[in-house]
Design a binder for this molecule. Structure first.
Ligand code: HXC
Ligand code: NAP
Length: 293
């Protein structure tokens, strides 16, 4: 699998040389994959989340691979003071920040009527509030310093379709998408670009433990859900993320790029279920239709 072109690093060496990039939720999963690739491309990376030990281990692991220092910062994005501290620590260490990746998230499956209001709050607070807290704190700094910047928000395809059983997450990701598109216009005058990535299924421990616990992981056959019949490779998402925060994408602003092998469209197209019709049946079907002149 990893020998496939899509699982290989894409951008040329030093594409992000000396850029300072903050990745929330950068200690695990997709955040870690992006942080690692940014660092390999020469960036000075800051990773931030609640579990400092996890961040420290990830920072060390990435440094060994890239040879570039990675700064771990303990930060709960639901607390504005901690987000301001994240900005200040990044500035103290590196003197500037060029890009922010709002990747931190919380999610679990549940019938909505089983949720307490606190369960709803916790997800909205991490995903939506956390994203606008970080965006606001970093945005104010960029505007004051007259510094160009790029923001990348990690959403989901149900940001626009909605989805049963993950309602707090769907509500929040829809808000993050609206934030992306709104500020892409409003803050373009300050040289700040906003884009989003909507990943399909990219197996990570964090997501799979909460979305496909136990037997559910066997019941959800990804090969059947995704037209391209596979899950995503972390590197292909990292490739896209590196491009969207680099200057190579300087004219892309307010876009959401879906990277899901066609998954959400498969669920949307009214006649997509005809995929199940065996090819030998099509002669008979055609005959029946033609006979109705
Ligand atoms: C119902 C639940 C629950 C569950 C927690 N709660 N789990 N309610 N069903 N399974 C309730 C609790 O009872 C409590 O409400 C409230 O939610 C807060 O729970 P805590 O455990 O105190 O919160 P906390 O320790 O802060 O943990 C937050 C968390 C946790 C979101 C619940 O899962 C977490 O830390 N997640 C971070 C990582 C993550 O979720 N990664 C997946 C992202 S995947 P009460 O009323 O009892 O006080 C993703 C992918 C989308 O977004 C698309 C994939 C294809
Ligand atoms: P993950 O490994 O669980 O990542 C979530 C990260 O968010 C963790 O590192 C967690 O670290 C951090 N986090 C949670 N609450 C936080 C808080 N209050 N403050 C700061 N950080 C917090 O899951 P993932 O699959 O890599 O998800 C990454 C992103 O991709 C998310 O935005 C998710 O919605 C999106 N996504 C994933 C998939 C997929 O298939 N994997 C599909 C669509 C979208 P701490 O616990 O240390 O705080």
């Amino acid at each position: 699998m990893v020998n496939q072109t899509y699982a290989q690093p894409m951008l040329k060496e030093n594409s992000l040389k000396d850029r300072v990039i903050v990745v929330t939720g950068g200690g695990t999963g997709l955040g870690k994959a992006m942080a690692k690739y940014f660092s390999q491309l020469g960036a000075k990376v800051v990773i931030a989340s609640r579990k400092f030990e996890v961040l420290q281990n990830t920072a060390e692991e990435i440094e060994k691979i890239s040879g570039n220092y990675v700064l771990p910062v303990k930060c709960d994005v639901t607390d504005y003071a901690q987000v301001e501290n994240l900005l200040n620590q990044s500035l103290q260490k590196f003197g500037k920040v060029n890009a922010l990746v709002n990747n931190a998230a919380g999610n679990f499956i549940s019938p909505t009527e089983r949720l307490s209001h606190r369960a709803f709050d916790i997800i909205v607070n991490i995903v939506l509030r956390g994203t606008y807290y970080s965006t606001l704190a970093f945005g104010k700094y960029w505007i004051k310093e007259k510094q160009n910047a790029a923001v990348l928000n990690i959403v989901t395809t149900y940001a626009w379709t909605g989805s049963a059983y993950v309602v707090p997450s769907a509500v929040s990701k829809a808000g993050v998408l609206a934030l992306t598109r709104s500020l892409a216009v409003e803050w373009a005058k300050y040289g700040i670009r906003f884009n989003a990535i909507a990943p399909g299924p990219f197996p990570t421990k964090g997501a799979w433990e909460r979305l496909f616990p136990g037997e559910l992981s066997k019941k959800f056959d990804l090969a059947k859900k995704v037209p391209l019949k596979r899950a995503g490779e972390h590197q292909e998402l990292a490739n896209l993320a590196a491009y969207l925060i680099s200057d190579y994408s300087a004219y892309i602003n307010g876009e959401v790029v879906t990277i899901d092998g066609g998954e959400w469209l498969k669920g949307a197209g009214q006649f997509n279920l005809l995929e199940m019709v065996p090819s030998e049946m099509w002669d008979k079907i055609e005959q029946m239709i033609r006979s109705k002149k």
